[in-house]
Design a protein around this ligand. Structure first.
Ligand code: FE2
Ligand code: FE2
Length: 473
């Protein structure tokens, strides 16, 4: 009984609270002009990864009477010979719609030009490129925390500017093929925050893979804003704003979990379905929001301990190579983890070949970087191989190839990365010690399923009761 109460209390802490507030950079005059035009247009065009490299997913806002939603795509800049794809409309709580369109049958290694349109509106012409082969570069970021703040009318503008500067810093270092976020893109889950999130022109050309954090589900806008491929809708328990989903890029299968949902059976079944569709991709990379091994906030340690118990068997059973997390706002890279403990120390190393377990990485926040006073130093050497604290935003470039994932971590404006780390794998199995087993403690699994169900019912009821608190913001 004591263990049950303790676990339930820990699960109840999953909805942690962080304050909104200032941004790292103040918007310059050019961004102020651009942002005024961007918000006046209001469409907030967003490009997400498709199911694989032959697809891209789009979404944007349109009036309820705007007619069909369509994306026109051509490999010529005058859009001659274009193909047009139509999609669906999802009515928003504000009364307009969010268009959702998937573009398919894209050819590898091509540059495409596109426009989003309805019967009453069309976007500018934008461009994106497709890959061939397994080499590509992804930017991994987390906890962007674009924030609506009643006390600060410029907060959204300044924080979108901050994120855009970080994106441009990353793009200036070479081709950027994907942007990955590990959640808390918004602070209150409001529509205006997601509109500001994708203001950067970099995101018109680069697919942006989102992940629901605890702050994203403080509102309902995430559900309307996103257009996620391969959503797992068979689960008995899922949150109101998202589903687990997966996509393939190069030789990597990306799993994106909604870790707000505690039901491990649902998450495990999702992984099994993704692996049935893609059993042979060499690399398995997961993203979800809640930190496991790198947190520095003492009151969150019970939550982290519980989450480790829940998630580590999934890493072990399905031999995940790299897990990208957020939530704690502290940069850490773990040792090679197996059985919820260090199986191979990576302390002091800048590369590892066939690590004997899963490497778990957490990046810092873009608009809410933490500083030394916020918590204790992560215990490097226990489960953390490397930690880095900064008052500035940090981001990471991940160079994927057939044989390796090379991580370069930067502060914007700094020429050299503050940390690099490379994972080399010589076979699909790599150095993972076991495969194909169910490592769960049946008691923890049962409890997580029951809690997941109760929590989602409670959260849904809360949204219905307080609907007007977040609609129109
Ligand atoms: Fe956060
Ligand atoms: Fe969080």
């Amino acid at each position: 009984m004591k263990r049950t109460i303790s676990l339930l209390l820990c699960l109840a802490m999953l909805c942690g609270v962080l304050t909104v507030g200032a941004s790292a950079y103040e918007a310059d005059a050019a961004w102020q002009r651009y942002y005024a035009q961007y918000t006046e247009d209001g469409s907030a065009v967003y490009m997400a990864p498709g199911a694989d490299e032959s697809e891209r997913n789009f979404s944007w806002y349109a009036p309820a009477d705007a007619g069909s939603c369509r994306v026109t795509v051509s490999d010529r800049d005058d859009l001659s010979g274009a193909r047009t794809f139509t999609g669906s409309n999802l009515k928003t709580p504000e009364g307009d719609v969010r268009c959702k369109v998937t573009v398919t049958a894209l050819q590898p290694d091509k540059t495409y030009y596109y426009k989003c349109a309805t019967d009453t509106w069309e976007s500018d012409t934008y461009t994106f490129s497709t890959l061939s082969g397994s080499d590509f570069t992804a930017m991994y970021t987390t906890d962007i925390h674009v924030s609506f703040d009643e006390e600060d009318a410029d907060c959204l503008m300044n924080q979108s500017y901050t994120f855009s500067r970080v994106l441009e810093d990353a793009a200036a270092r070479g081709a950027l093929d994907l942007v990955i976020s590990a959640g808390d893109q918004a602070s209150r889950g409001f529509r205006s925050e997601y509109t500001a999130l994708v203001a950067s022109p970099v995101l018109r050309s680069t697919p942006f893979a989102l992940c629901p954090g605890n702050h994203d589900r403080k509102g309902i806008a995430y559900k309307y804003f996103t257009n996620q491929p391969n959503e797992y809708k068979k689960a008995l328990v899922h949150s109101l704003i998202s589903y687990d989903y997966y996509y393939v890029k190069g030789d990597v299968l990306f799993f994106v979990f909604d870790s707000n949902v505690g039901s491990m059976t649902a998450h495990r079944n999702f992984v099994k379905q993704a692996l049935r569709a893609h059993p042979d991709t060499k690399w398995r990379v997961a993203t979800f929001h809640h930190d496991l091994y790198g947190g520095r906030i003492p009151h969150r340690e019970k939550e982290n301990a519980l989450l480790r118990t829940i998630w580590s068997p999934i890493f072990d059973e399905f031999r995940f190579d790299l897990v990208l997390l957020g939530h704690s706002h502290y940069y850490t890279i773990s040792n090679a983890m197996f059985g919820n403990k260090t199986n191979q120390s990576l302390v002091g190393l800048d590369s590892v070949t066939d690590p004997a377990g899963t490497v778990v990485m957490v990046s810092g926040s873009i608009n809410r970087p933490r500083i030394e006073e916020d918590g204790e130093e992560p215990p490097v050497g226990e489960n953390v191989a490397y930690a880095y604290l900064s008052e500035n935003p940090v981001y990471n470039l991940l160079d994927f190839s057939e044989d390796s994932i090379a991580i370069r971590s930067y502060e914007p404006g700094e020429e050299e990365p503050f940390h690099t780390f490379t994972i080399v794998k010589t076979s699909a199995q790599g150095g993972h010690p076991a495969d194909g087993r169910d490592f769960y403690d049946p008691f923890v699994r049962f409890l997580s399923d029951v809690y997941g169900l109760v929590n989602e019912v409670w959260t849904t009821a809360r949204f219905r009761l307080h609907w007007n608190d977040f609609v129109g913001k």
